[in-house]
Design a binder for this molecule. Sequence first.
Ligand SMILES: [Zn+2]
Length: 124
Amino acid sequence: MNAKELAQFRKMLIELKRKLTDSIGHLHNDALKTAGETVDELSDVPAEHMAERGSDTFARDLMIRILQDSDAELCDINLALEKIEGGTYGLCENCSGEIPRKRLKALPFARLCIACKQEEERQG
Ligand SMILES: [Zn+2]
């Protein structure tokens, strides 16, 4: 991969990282706010409203899951940026083969080539 291409992917990764960091910040704030409100409300919630609590819990679980996914994605982005510095960007972590440009353009922080990714998914 030439320097110009690397610079392009680097720019994409930094932009992705910025967006992700922003949205994680918002989610953390929302999650904290929701948790705080729930504690305040719990003391005087009539029994018939307990069903609604269920959907609150669901929303919070979903938020936590999104946060975990975003954290994992952020990790991969940082790793990809390190690889650009180290000169190993665009190589599959499993077979060391080149990851196709098309895949990297769709997923600039991809760590595996398509064949290895499919193998990983097949194994669960
Ligand atoms: Zn591979």
